[in-house]
Design a protein around this ligand. Structure first.
Ligand SMILES: *Cc1c(COP(=O)(O)O)cnc(C)c1O
Length: 398
């Protein structure tokens, strides 16, 4: 009996996306132009509009880089991130010459712990190394909280610490579109800047792409300048204002991170679907919660009404489970269930071990979550039979 494989992730793409791409292809204008501009406007409006600016870029990684740069992070400054995140969160700061200090997660939360963040920032502000037993020294300049799996961090606590120590806050919101916080605001709009991802597996996708949002006009201006070569006006204006169309000035040595209309057109359709796709993910997550919450072999992920439900990070209880996490993952994959593990902590990665000499146990809560974590398939369009098959397979192999 061979059963069809259930993928870990699958984009939800319809005829509307196909038509949108064809229209752009036929329009003759493929790069940054009217589609990207409309996408920015519609994205900002979705998140409440007003003074919120949205700037489309070619990836969330680029967006993080631009946002951190615009916040004034320079070589030798210290940027604090969780270890429990994807490489891009910290690498964007490394590329600016910054030192990275990791802060552990709160127990069983997957999210950066405000108390641990504060301890690290306080040590750095006093001129000490980031941790009692070592780590980088330098001015703490920014923190990048990650709304892991779509669950928003405690932004009130993080913003309080940030104000006290003059830290810039750049929210890594790659997983959290949309995550309404209940105060009319959304995860990603609370800090100085927030960065969303439209990578193929994310909650809405354009294939690739990202969006930086900010209420700070100066940051928006800097990001706009730096995302396209440091040119003083957008390329679209350059080709549509007929006077001196060839003329431009390079204000800064900028980057090449603009977003193309071909993908922006897909993003605009996906934005229209965002709430519907979220509802579909919530239904799947609720079925998993029901199946695993009362089972002592498992810990269901923490949640709140604001959870965008990008991932379903189930944790196994190693004392009650028949196998290890790795054995469970392997058996699930053998059964055609596309599962994954999020995230391999950055402090265990060879680059950071070589640079800072970390040991796995340096961030115990991060390791505790990671070692028992299995991300289950969670994509809009999974049918009830597929959801049931995932549940049965997990119950069986564990
Ligand atoms: C996917 C992801 C990113 C990077 O997004 P890209 O658009 O692929 O650059 C950054 N942070 C986290 C937490 C992610 O999962």
């Amino acid at each position: 009996m061979t059963q069809e494989t259930i993928p870990f992730a699958k984009p939800f793409i319809g005829k509307e996306e196909e038509d949108a791409v064809l229209n752009v292809l036929r329009s003759g204008w493929l790069t940054t132009g009217p589609q990207a501009a409309s996408f920015e406007q519609e994205f900002a409006e979705f998140l409440g509009g007003g003074d919120l600016r949205a700037l489309a870029v070619n990836s969330a990684t680029s967006g993080l880089h631009l946002a951190i740069e615009a916040c004034g992070v320079k070589a030798g400054d210290v940027v604090i991130t969780p270890s429990y995140t994807f490489a891009a969160t910290a690498a964007a700061a490394v590329h600016l010459g910054a030192e990275i200090a990791f802060a552990d997660t709160a127990r069983d939360s997957f999210l950066i712990c405000p108390d641990r963040l504060e301890r690290t920032v306080k040590r750095l502000a006093e001129g000490k190394s980031a941790y009692p037993d070592g780590g980088p020294k330098g001015v703490p300049k920014a923190v990048i909280p990650v709304h892991f799996g779509g669950l928003p961090c405690d932004m009130d606590a993080i913003m309080r610490i940030a104000r006290q120590y003059s830290l810039a806050v750049i929210e890594d919101a790659a997983h959290s579109f949309p995550a309404p916080l209940g105060n009319g605001r959304f995860a990603g709009t609370e800090g100085d800047a927030g960065v969303f991802s439209f990578y193929a597996t994310k909650t809405i996708t354009a294939g690739e792409g990202g969006m930086v949002v900010t209420r700070n006009g100066k940051l928006a201006q800097r990001i706009e300048l730096m995302r396209l070569h440091g040119i003083d006006r957008p390329v679209w204006n350059r080709y549509t204002e007929n006077k001196a169309a060839w003329y431009y000035e390079i204000e800064e040595a900028g980057f090449k991170c603009n977003f193309c209309d071909l993908l922006a057109a897909v993003g605009r359709v996906q934005l229209q679907r965002a709430v519907q796709l979220w509802e579909m993910r919530k239904t799947i997550a609720a079925a998993y919660d029901t199946a695993f919450s009362a089972d002592e072999r498992f810990f269901i992920p923490p949640t709140s009404a604001a959870n965008a439900r990008h991932l379903y990070p189930l944790r196994i209880n190693p004392e009650k489970c028949s196998g290890t996490r790795n054995q469970c993952v392997e058996k699930l994959q053998n059964q055609g269930i596309g599962v994954s593990v999020h995230f391999i902590p950055l402090h265990t990665m060879p680059y950071y071990v070589k640079r800072y000499g970390f040991k796995p146990e340096d961030f115990p809560e991060t390791m505790r979550s990671f070692l028992n974590e299995i991300s289950l398939p969670l994509w809009p369009g999974m049918n009830p039979a597929q959801i049931e098959r995932v549940i049965k397979a997990v119950q069986y192999v564990c």
